[in-house]
Ligand binder design. Structure first.
Ligand code: SF4
Length: 112
């Protein structure tokens, strides 16, 4: 690759180990190897994932991680991608309010 081409590529931030240390305590750790629970085909099938998230000790860390990477699909922090997109839109409209206060509690979520 030529130097000029490299200069025009977007920078990709790689997560540091400290950014994902909370994953060691995740309630979903080792549960969903096939991805069918946290990455279902239909948004209405998020209930099982959300039930696991509701008892997860790192739910807030997980949600913060996913909100910082809005392209991430599936259920993170008890919310589907559509719900997280709504949180981010509300936070942009009301920048003085905390993102997490812009939505209901994760266990009450019903769709992605
Ligand atoms: S909040 Fe849900 S998706 Fe996130 S680590 Fe916990 S169980 Fe996994």
């Amino acid at each position: 690759m030529k130097r000029a081409e490299a200069a025009t590529l977007p920078r990709i931030r790689v997560a540091e180990p400290a950014d994902v240390a909370w994953m060691a305590d995740a309630a979903c750790k080792g549960l969903d190897r096939g991805g069918s629970i946290f990455f279902p085909q239909h948004p209405g099938e998020f209930a099982d994932a959300k039930a696991i998230c509701a008892r997860c000790p790192v739910q807030q860390e997980c949600l913060d991680y996913a909100l910082a990477r809005p392209e991430v699909d599936g259920v993170w922090g008890g919310y589907g991608s559509g719900e997280r997109a709504t949180m981010l839109r509300r936070a942009r409209r009301n920048p003085g309010r905390a993102t997490r206060s812009a939505s209901r509690t994760p266990a009450q979520g019903t769709s992605g």
